[in-house]
Design a protein around this ligand. Structure first.
Ligand code: ZN
Length: 122
């Protein structure tokens, strides 16, 4: 029995291939990293390297935990629609470049409208 909010195909373009990735806020991640680095530098400047290293370690662990508990976001290969707050689908795979090329409509159109490709094949 399937849950109704489980995403295994795109509701927008009916593409049946989606991928999952961490819904990671890059700015937040970088901010935490920079705050830790700044505190470490202040401690180093005050000649407190042990405390500085501990503070740095705490920030690194906090960053790692944040990443670990971040929700997944499911994204459509074709139209890049993002699905949040959905039941994680164990069938969904992380992003694959090969699949992205396969479902990229720009790529498809380019090969279809390229007469040289067909001419070359004859
Ligand atoms: Zn889509």
């Amino acid at each position: 029995m399937r849950r109704s909010n489980l995403v295994d195909r795109c509701a927008v373009c009916d593409c049946n291939t989606v991928y999952v990735q961490k819904d990671f806020n890059r700015t937040l991640g970088v901010s935490i990293f920079l705050a830790g680095a700044a505190l470490f530098l202040i401690c180093a400047w005050k000649n407190r390297l042990v405390e500085g290293t501990l503070v740095w370690a705490v920030f690194v662990v906090a960053d790692g935990l944040l990443y670990k508990f971040l929700p997944d976001v499911t994204i459509c290969y074709k139209c890049y629609t993002q699905y949040r707050q959905v039941t994680p689908n164990p069938d969904n795979q992380p992003f694959e470049l090969g699949l992205a090329e396969k479902y990229d409509p720009l790529d498809k159109r380019a090969s279809a409208e390229n007469p040289a490709a067909e001419w070359k094949g004859r």
